[in-house]
Design a protein around this ligand. Structure first.
Ligand SMILES: [Zn+2]
Length: 83
């Protein structure tokens, strides 16, 4: 069975897009990146497409941690006050 990564993860009030990109999109030494648009509440994870499957999983797990930090900030009423 071929494993396929989700292209989008939807959480209440928060969307994570997942893209597999070539070297032109990411800086040389970067395997993945997380970019979050606070206003739109949409985040994008870019993962280098030339990585092995396991490296892609690791990069995705790492970037999802960044995503979850922003998601918590996004839904936490206490955090909003300090904005
Ligand atoms: Zn990181």
């Amino acid at each position: 069975m071929i494993f396929r990564f989700s292209k989008k993860i939807k959480l209440p009030g928060f969307v994570i897009k997942i893209r597999f990109v070539d070297g032109r999109t990411l800086p040389k030494t970067t395997e993945g990146s997380w970019d979050y648009n606070r206003k739109k509440k949409i985040g994008t994870i870019d993962i280098r497409d030339s990585l092995t499957l396991n490296q892609k999983k690791l990069a995705l797990a790492h970037e999802l941690q960044h995503a979850m930090v922003d998601y918590l900030h996004c839904i936490c009423p206490e955090e909003k006050k300090g904005d």
